[in-house]
Design a protein around this ligand. Structure first.
Ligand SMILES: C[S@@+](CC[C@H](N)C(=O)[O-])C[C@H]1O[C@@H](n2cnc3c(N)ncnc32)[C@H](O)[C@@H]1O
Length: 512
């Protein structure tokens, strides 16, 4: 099938079908099609949130002639769309759609979505739901319908909507039963729910039952649907409970792909704020209503490990060989920044860093007796440490056994702990991208992504590089402003200070 040709036919049919109805008739069922460019933007944006080669099970519960399905077919390979389901209550549009898309695998039901039975198994449920639901106001709904919708919504989403709620609120809640765990949903809905009282349960659902990723509010003066006369927002969420410290991206005006304003709000702040559209208005004046977000909203930052005696515990391959130290007690560790010639550390298939002079950290949790009997070579080496007075050093003395180390897993990003401006690089601090499983000593700060970022990196590993580049773009002034300067122009940055640095750019990259 030629998708572009079918899309031209669809657009023409949409016009003819709309013209065959009066405005009042279309109002009753919320029949206002999504403009083509917007449908394309929505699918383009969904693509950025999906894994690289997705296996899409698509659902549009208010299908119309299929603006989203058409955009989906244009932007994904047929092999990536494993299932597509639509619901359309009005056969006037539904029958035409069946004809239009008959050469595709679409299963379009001409039925009321709110009365349809959702699939039983998660595998049959949608992992991509895109919907521009009917914006039917409550006074167009019969009393019987209102009561039924209230009941179904409560059964499915555990939410009691007021009788003043518009049909789109019920659509959103009822769809919960149609989505697979971790599935992505994009809803083009009126902004009303963000401010009015009856929208509170929807906000509760978005903040507590799913992971709200982003809300884009279109410009109120640029009415998206010339004939629908209301301001719209695009709401994106994932069907999963929100991680701790979750932050949501709020964008305003411009387009979904290129918004004019953007800010990040923690779920905690959104819970405490009744009116969500106010942020856009305040931001328009250049004044953020909340503290801007910091690196600590994205990372747990820890100083690398303090061995107590690097020359004893950090060993070269030659030393490991000479002393015949057992592999199980050695972990790759990065050299200090002075001896690290690269800023991106590649790894071999076993996760070991590819470096000219690899180093290893010695750490063993076994008690002395066991080491003595099972690992005589290690025992001999430890006795050297005893003779050299390493065991009696402050840090070692306070560990049990003295030759075990703190647990510091490798981190994908590191920042140097101290530096001078007058080095060859002219920059006091460096960010390192670490693809290996090497840990680091306390000459580095280790940045461990919090769940919101960790998930994005897991879904799209290529983001690692972009996040690293964004970190490198943090100005020296910003970093030095947070850190301290010592005699001789030595700058130091403690974990908390690095955590206080602002990071607008990193949020933009992960766009969540
Ligand atoms: C805002 S339009 C969106 C159409 C199309 N998805 C688009 O984006 O252009 C909403 C559609 O939902 C249909 N609709 C209204 N009530 C419905 C219901 N209870 N079940 C299924 N579809 C419904 C309307 O007939 C209309 O075609």
């Amino acid at each position: 099938m030629n998708v572009t040709l079918t899309e031209s036919r669809r657009v023409l049919r949409q016009l003819q079908l709309d013209e065959a109805k009066t405005k009042a008739e279309r109002n009753k069922l919320g029949q206002f099609a999504t403009p083509i460019a917007l449908a394309a933007d929505i699918i383009k944006y969904a693509k950025t949130l999906l894994p690289t080669d997705p296996k899409i099970r698509f659902l549009d519960p208010a299908f119309g002639t299929g603006a989203f399905y058409s955009a989906l077919l244009q932007q994904f390979l047929p092999s990536q769309i494993v299932k597509a389901v639509g619901y359309e209550v009005d056969s006037h549009y539904g029958n035409e759609s069946i004809k239009l898309w008959c050469e595709t695998s679409l299963k379009l039901h001409i039925a009321d979505f709110t009365q349809a039975v959702p699939p039983n198994s998660d595998l049959a449920k949608a992992n991509l739901l895109i919907c521009n639901p009917p914006y039917v106001r409550h006074h167009h709904l019969s009393r019987v319908d209102k009561v039924r919708l209230q009941r179904v919504t409560e059964e499915i989403a555990g939410i009691k909507l007021s009788q003043l709620a518009s049909l789109y609120c019920h659509f959103l809640c009822i769809s919960d039963a149609w989505m697979a765990p971790d599935g992505l949903a994009g809803w083009l809905i009126p902004t009303g729910f963000m401010d009015v009282n009856y929208g509170q349960p929807i906000k509760d659902y978005l903040l507590n039952r799913v992971t709200l990723l982003r809300i884009h509010c279109f410009d109120p003066t640029d009415v998206q649907f010339e004939d629908a006369l209301c301001t719209s927002a695009m709401v994106w969420f994932k069907k999963a409970l929100p991680p701790a410290n979750h932050v949501v991206k709020l964008t305003y005006q411009g387009s979904l792909i290129e918004p004019k304003m953007s800010l990040m709000m923690s779920v905690k702040s959104l819970r405490q704020t009744a009116n969500w559209t106010q942020f856009g208005l305040v931001s328009a004046g250049g004044n953020s209503p909340e503290q801007p977000l910091k690196l600590s909203d994205l990372f747990t930052i820890k100083r690398g490990l303090a061995t107590g005696a690097n020359r004893f515990f950090v060993l070269t391959s030659e030393q490991v060989y000479d002393y015949q130290l057992p592999k199980e007690f050695l972990k790759p560790i990065l050299p200090s920044p002075r001896f690290l010639g690269v800023d991106e550390i590649e790894a071999d298939p076993w996760g070991n860093p590819i470096l000219e002079n690899p180093l290893f950290l010695l750490s063993c949790d076994l008690p002395p007796d066991e080491v003595k009997t099972k690992y005589p070579m290690l025992w001999d080496y430890l006795q050297r440490g005893v003779k050299q007075g390493i065991r009696d050093r402050y840090l070692c003395k306070h560990r049990s056994p003295w030759y075990s180390q703190e647990k510091r897993p490798s981190s994908p990003f590191l920042c140097t702990y101290m530096g001078r401006r007058d080095t060859g690089r002219g920059k006091p601090f460096r960010f390192i991208l670490n693809h290996s499983r090497a840990t680091a000593t306390n000459v580095y700060l280790m940045l461990y992504p919090l769940p919101i970022l960790a998930q994005a990196l897991l879904d799209k590993p290529e983001l690692n590089k972009q996040v690293w580049q964004a970190l490198n773009q943090i100005s020296d002034q910003a970093l030095m402003g947070e850190g301290r300067v010592y005699g001789g122009g030595l700058h130091k940055l403690e974990p908390r200070e690095l955590g206080n640095t602002l990071v607008e750019k990193v949020f933009d990259i992960i766009s969540i």
